[in-house]
Design a binder for this molecule. Structure first.
Ligand SMILES: *Cc1c(COP(=O)(O)O)cnc(C)c1O
Length: 489
């Protein structure tokens, strides 16, 4: 499989790229991103053949269809990592909540959020590629929550990779902070920043754009790469769970093979939804993809009205913070797929210059042929958490946004697969508030309270965080980041 660029080619980079290059060096012409030149058509036979495949076999068959330039041993090693999930025979359980609503739980990995689904195998592949080429890479990450822990977890102690991870001091939950500052490995550095997430992200952008910093990396024989959600090395591992979840419904007798379903995705950077879109294009029987948002509902406006406007919005802090995003990066791949490179470059240029773009009527119709959307505010989300708990299902605030969209977005009586992206342990104060009414509880107290109310146990991976020694205690001002990163290298 070859990769091409969403905003066209500038004549400097090769006009097509192999998978390994696209994931090691994700920067593209005109600020674009890589997309597959074409997708494999899996065909009905693939679904019949994999009807009873376990997760790892399915994963290896899906990846084989992509014909990427990664050797079979490396792919097998990467897929093996799903053995470290709660249930190695099924890393992604699909749970029936009502007759027409099934929840695909993507959070059973080491950091209890869905970022592990892709980052676990991706980290292995990147490190193996770096070793094969005898090259050294620095991954820089800025996180407000789930990406940081999952990035550190996948790269810790992996050869030829170093990771520096910036987080806003005071801007993450206790659990998320502890997951980072208790990580102890010589190749990772966790840096708290005085400021908020935007400060951390802007500091990272400044660093990435600095010629002086790049020069110093070259002197240290280190390449820069990225593990953010536009890296196709993450997207490729996300198609698998959409196909798996569908086949789970078949195996559970909820649908016949070939019957259409809705996929219902709590969305931020749109990596999860994009993978669902690709799976649909590859032949997965999907009616439409439901895009659930919180009050940062820029995706709802795009899909319902054809307008993407960042200029008239401020980012709002919600109880589903992993979806507090205005610039949703993977939308660009949808624009490319539906409207082509020239139009994508035009629309993304408008977004950069004017903070907004508007689709025409034809373009909007194409988008609405695949997607429907709604958003859920914090109060509604809380009520959905309460209602689901009464039915015996404990869920996090991101998942709750899908439960509302399930009620409002379907126009056919088909089954839905909603994706649960975080375990209750990661956003416990919000859930404790929904279940018992308690306010401003710290994570540990909220965890205990939920465990008691729901008669469940706090997973050891989470409870042990509170007694683990803090090994990463650096908190600095933004202007000191470059020095800190260089001294770590
Ligand atoms: C990252 C994340 C999301 C958003 O996923 P995208 O692929 O960026 O749309 C939703 N929920 C949780 C808990 C996340 O960590």
């Amino acid at each position: 499989m070859k990769f091409i660029e969403t905003r066209g080619n500038d004549g400097e980079l090769p006009s097509t790229q192999v998978f390994s290059e696209a994931i090691l060096s994700p920067m593209c012409s005109f600020g674009g991103i890589y997309v597959p030149e074409s997708l494999p058509d899996l065909g009905t036979d693939f679904f019949i053949a994999n009807r009873d495949s376990n997760y790892k076999t399915l994963a290896s068959n899906v990846l084989a269809a992509f014909e990427v330039d990664i050797d079979a041993d490396t792919i097998a090693d990467a897929i093996e990592l799903y053995d470290h999930f709660d249930d190695p025979t099924n890393p992604v359980p699909v749970v029936k909540v009502t007759d027409d609503l099934y929840v695909s739980e993507l959070y059973h990995g080491p950091t209890r959020a869905f970022k592990d689904m892709a980052l676990q195998p991706f980290g292995m592949i990147l490190s193996k590629l770096a070793q094969q080429r005898d090259e050294h890479y620095l991954i820089l990450a800025a996180t407000s929550g789930d990406t940081g822990p999952a990035t550190l977890e996948t790269f810790k102690n992996r050869p030829n990779i170093k990771v520096a991870c910036l987080y806003p001091d005071g801007g993450t939950s206790d659990v998320q902070r502890l997951q980072m500052v208790t990580e102890d490995a010589p190749n990772i550095k966790v840096i708290g920043i005085h400021g908020n997430f935007d400060d951390a992200q802007n500091a990272l952008k400044t660093l990435l754009g600095s010629a002086g910093f790049r020069q110093k990396l070259t002197e240290k024989d280190t390449h820069l790469s990225a593990a953010n959600s536009v890296n196709f090395g993450r997207i490729i591992f996300q198609q698998i769970y959409h196909i798996h979840s569908y086949l789970e419904l078949v195996r559970q007798g909820a649908i016949e093979l070939g019957e259409k379903v809705y996929l219902n995705v709590p969305s931020g950077n749109f990596g999860n939804a994009l993978a669902g879109y690709y799976a649909r294009k590859m032949g997965l029987p999907v009616e439409k993809i439901i895009i659930a948002s919180n009050r940062n509902n820029i995706l709802t406006s795009l899909i319902n009205d054809g307008v993407y406007d960042m200029g008239d919005r401020e980012l709002i802090s919600t109880t589903s913070p992993a979806m507090d995003i205005l610039k949703s990066s993977n939308i660009e791949r949808i624009l490319y797929d539906l409207y082509g490179a020239e139009r994508t470059r035009e629309l993304m240029g408008q977004l950069d210059n004017d903070q907004r773009y508007q689709l025409n009527a034809d373009e909007l119709a194409k988008l609405q042929a695949v997607f429907v959307a709604d958003f859920c505010d914090d109060e509604e989300g809380k009520r959905y958490i309460q209602a689901a708990f009464k039915k015996g299902y404990l869920m996090d605030p991101h998942t709750a946004t899908c439960f509302k969209a399930h009620d409002t977005c379907r126009d056919k009586p088909l089954k839905s697969i909603a994706y649960s992206t975080a375990e209750w342990t990661k956003f416990s104060p919000t859930i404790a508030n929904a279940l018992t009414g308690e306010h401003d509880t710290h994570d540990l107290d909220a965890l205990k309270s939920i465990a008691k109310t729901a008669n469940t146990a706090i997973p050891g991976l989470i409870s042990s965080l509170f007694t683990k020694p803090v090994t990463q205690d650096v908190v600095i001002d933004k202007q000191d980041i470059e020095r800190e990163v260089l001294s770590f290298l």
